[in-house]
Design a binder for this molecule. Structure first.
Ligand code: SF4
Length: 406
């Protein structure tokens, strides 16, 4: 059946969001309380969520922001028994034809040490993450033309085989955009879901960052990648890279997109990614659109208010303290990602310098350190959480029991 992809409603949503943001005001404490009470009864609309997001942009709104944080913790952080769903990324290739200036894998970065894992090396990396408990593995690629659909399917199948059908295990894929036929084949090979950050859905900002990228410049085709994956029966993670454009716009467009998925396919994203631009190789990026901590945290709470059944992905771009401050029951979590470089769990070949070969700066931690710190806060990590846990969850990736706790 032909799909009604997000690009068919993009113009409408884009105009709606711009109109809302043109008139949004910082809400008072009383208005924030009213909005939060409303959220218990009904799904907040984009205008109300825009008011919430505005708290991230008004340093005088500290009381309102703390009201929001207290509400989120009271509703989605239990006194005990909170879980975090772990995903272990394995970087497979750092060869890229695209030229995103915010990424160390850009084809223009001649100093970046490149590496492409063969299947044997992939198995070696899988052994490393499995030996530390992980059973949900994300294979991460740049835009590497060597990886045809057939080769991707071989790597997915090798990962699924290593996981051995163990209960709760799963394979996720982060590549550049693919066709629906490719997703059909990859599903056959054992793929559960895809991860794609839209970077920004602001068309002009997207062009600014990506017009020189030969593959990634295709804004509309890339925008519909999640639709093609969903239509093929896969689950999806979506998100924006905060810092490329107005964060309020990007968060609202992601929420609009998640609601589009729900309407078209009966299921939304299993998680919202919330990466934000970070310095590369120690170089600060002085952009007007850089996301402050307040804006970033407000967006995390807005995602939860908008789609309580989805997690937010707390990952190694952020300091552990930042993640701990914001984590809610059933969020997705990563504390180690192989130094965001192929072979990173073993430092196979390439540069021994993470700065020279990693995609961006990360805060990697050991399992023991993290689990000890989390236990003190009544959180435990679930390393094998895919499928069948909740019969009411339509998708293959368990959405758990992300109900309000109060
Ligand atoms: S963000 Fe992705 S597409 Fe862009 S340069 Fe980096 S790896 Fe390539």
């Amino acid at each position: 059946m032909p799909i009604r992809a997000f690009s068919t409603v993009y113009k409408e949503r884009d105009e709606e969001v711009r109109h809302i943001l043109g008139g949004v005001q910082t809400p008072s404490v009383e208005r924030v309380q009213e909005l939060l009470a409303m959220s218990l009864e009904t799904s907040l609309g984009l205008p109300e969520l825009a008011e919430v997001l505005q708290l991230g942009f008004d340093q005088a709104a500290s009381e309102q922001f703390e009201t929001l944080r207290a509400f989120a913790l009271a509703n989605w952080r239990k006194p005990s028994g909170n879980r975090l769903r772990y995903v272990a990324p394995i970087y497979v290739s750092s060869y890229c034809v695209d030229t995103c200036s915010y990424c160390n894998f850009s084809a223009l970065r001649e100093a970046t040490a490149r590496k492409r894992l063969n299947v044997e090396e992939l198995r070696f990396e899988i052994d490393a993450v499995m030996s530390s408990g992980a059973r949900v593995i994300e294979l991460v690629y740049a835009t590497d033309p060597e990886f045809t659909t057939e080769l991707l399917a071989e790597y997915v199948a090798a990962t699924a085989e290593a996981l051995g059908g163990e209960e709760g295990s799963g394979v996720l894929l982060c590549t550049e955009y693919l066709t629906r036929e490719a997703y059909n084949s990859l599903k056959e090979a054992g793929l559960n879901g895809i991860i794609q950050w839209d970077e920004t859905l602001d068309r002009a900002a997207y062009a600014h960052w990506h017009d020189s990228s030969p593959h990634k410049r295709a804004f509309d085709i890339r925008m519909d990648n999640h639709d093609r994956a969903l239509a093929a029966g896969l689950e999806v993670a979506t998100g924006a890279l905060f810092g490329l454009a107005d964060l309020r716009y990007d968060a609202l467009m992601q929420i609009a997109k998640a609601r589009h998925f729900l309407a078209e396919y009966g299921r939304g994203p299993f998680v919202f990614g919330a990466p934000r631009l970070k310095p590369i190789g120690g170089h600060e990026l002085h952009l007007k659109t850089c996301a402050s901590d307040r804006a970033f945290e407000t967006a995390l709470f807005a995602y939860k208010l908008a789609a309580p059944e989805a997690g937010r992905w707390l990952q190694t771009r952020e300091a552990f303290e930042m993640n701990v401050r914001n984590m809610l029951d059933d969020d997705v979590f990563t504390y180690r990602c192989g130094d965001v470089t192929p072979g990173g769990y073993h430092q196979i070949d390439g540069s021994k310098s993470v700065l020279r070969s990693g995609q961006f700066g990360v805060n990697e931690l050991s399992r023991e350190t993290v689990e000890t710190a989390l236990a003190r806060r009544s959180f435990a990590i679930d390393y094998a959480w895919v499928t069948g846990r909740d019969a009411a969850c339509a998708g293959a990736l368990a959405c758990g029991d992300s109900q309000r706790t109060a």
